[in-house]
Design a protein around this ligand. Sequence first.
Ligand code: SAM
Length: 102
Amino acid sequence: MWSRHVLNCAVLAPELPEGGDVADVGSGAGLPGLALAIARPDVRMLLIEPMERRVDWLSEVVADLGLDNVDIIRGRAEDVTDEVMADVVTARAVSALKKLVP
Ligand SMILES: C[S@@+](CC[C@H](N)C(=O)[O-])C[C@H]1O[C@@H](n2cnc3c(N)ncnc32)[C@H](O)[C@@H]1O
């Protein structure tokens, strides 16, 4: 769990810009978004996830952990491009890169 999932995500933390906005596409249960939000409290993290059950889980964890640097949008990334501005976009195990990047 730690090496394959949590640390595998947290390793990105030093690469994020100071005080930047980061959008995590397809956050699922919160990887890498929640790991990065915990590791980098100066960064504003936006979790984008379409599935209601997963969004409910993310909201519960954010509240339980008292994370005040996380926002959550329920939706597909391609449907929220007009409302999201970010310095960095992350995604893990969401889709093949050639489909994900556009
Ligand atoms: C295999 S899970 C990976 C979850 C997490 N990133 C991880 O590494 O554990 C893929 C997630 O991407 C979400 N997803 C799929 N297509 C998406 C899209 N177009 N925009 C945003 N999220 C999407 C799914 O709902 C699912 O929660």
